[in-house]
Design a protein around this ligand. Structure first.
Ligand code: SF4
Length: 338
């Protein structure tokens, strides 16, 4: 049976060719806006049409395998399984400024960043646009329909799944009604794809995982840096900000005695000077298999002070979900045994 979930309007129309065009729009509303999972509930469709749909099509949604809530109840992590058995993690977060979802774009990841759990077993496969949308709708339902923003920062390098990613963003905007300005896509720095993203003209926020302002150190932490080195990446970030008018956010995981010294903060400030950019400082979250330590609070604050005093807006990210391994760099395709 053909699965209709994940099809955009044009694809629905072609699948239902021979039917009146507005029927596709009605079905899209039921599936993507009202989160309905069966054709029989689509009450504004004629009964015989609903039966025909049920006989020929399905609405395949991910199944929740497990759920973990942080102690402060602000973060909930879900393990979702798709019909082929592949599982991914999705995180729902309550902030002062609203509810957000952090989705995975690939099952696993091929990028090999040294501080990250998602890449420990390599990549399983890309997620489809529908599978990304499924995570959003799942969390939206969890929040009783009140979902304000999206970050694509879970497992995977979204720009290596470019066509599915852009289709997903478009569907989220056109069919679910989320504004592009409420969406953030994070990349480890795939320069050609950042240029492609620019051409799409979505007013989304681009977030670049930086983590070090020196090539040697960055290559050690993120092997992608050997292919797309810092200078080119920062130049691309600058072009992105200039062309889109959108501030680029640089993610910077702070690791004790590795990338957290005042000297390195100074180098980072110099690197980002005169850019429409801000820095998100993320004290490293423990990953069982990695030996990195989190710097002291004083050292983290000193790092932020240096950046701010040199005109680079730097904020220390509020820790969310580390107790359930739901924070940055901790997502996997299975829950850890407790
Ligand atoms: S940080 Fe992102 S790009 Fe790097 S390995 Fe983890 S999921 Fe992949």
């Amino acid at each position: 049976m053909k699965n209709l979930f994940g099809l955009d309007l044009a694809e629905l129309e072609s699948e239902l060719s021979g039917e009146k065009k507005f029927r596709s729009k009605q079905i899209a509303e039921w599936i993507y806006l009202k989160n309905v999972r069966d054709f029989e509930s689509m009450s504004n469709l004629p009964k015989n049409f609903r039966s025909k749909l049920s006989e020929n099509f399905s609405i395949d949604r991910a199944e929740m395998i497990s759920k973990l809530e942080s102690k402060d109840q602000l973060t909930t992590k879900f393990l979702l399984r798709f019909s082929d058995g592949v599982a991914i993690e999705t995180v729902a977060m309550k902030h002062d400024y609203g509810n957000s979802v952090c989705i995975s774009s690939q099952a696993g990841c091929s990028m090999g960043c040294k501080f990250c759990a998602s890449t420990l077993k390599g990549i399983e496969r890309n997620l489809t646009a529908g599978e990304m949308l499924d995570q959003v709708l799942f969390v939206k339902e969890f929040f009783d329909g009140k979902l304000d923003s999206l970050v694509v920062m879970g497992s995977g390098e979204p720009l290596l799944n470019f066509d599915n990613l852009t289709k997903f963003l478009r569907m989220l905007h056109d069919l679910v009604g989320m504004s592009y300005r409420s969406m953030t896509v994070s990349t480890s720095g795939i320069i050609p794809r950042i240029h492609d993203l620019m051409k799409e003209n979505f007013p989304i926020t681009l977030s670049i995982s930086l983590h070090a302002p020196l090539d040697d150190l960055r290559s050690e932490l993120m092997p992608i840096n050997k292919k797309f080195p810092l200078r080119d990446l920062i130049e691309t970030g600058k072009i992105y900000a200039d062309q889109t008018g959108r501030r680029v956010t640089y993610e910077y995981i702070l690791i004790e005695n590795l990338n957290d010294s005042p000297e390195i903060a100074g180098i980072l400030a110099k690197l980002l000077k005169n850019q429409l950019a801000s820095v998100n400082l993320i004290p490293i979250n423990p990953v069982l298999e990695r030996g990195f330590k989190r710097p002291s609070r004083e050292r983290i604050e000193a790092f932020a002070r240096i950046l701010n005093s040199r005109g680079i807006t730097a904020t220390i990210r509020k820790e969310m979900g580390a107790d359930i391994n739901a924070a940055c760099g901790q997502l996997r395709n299975k829950f850890l045994d407790k």
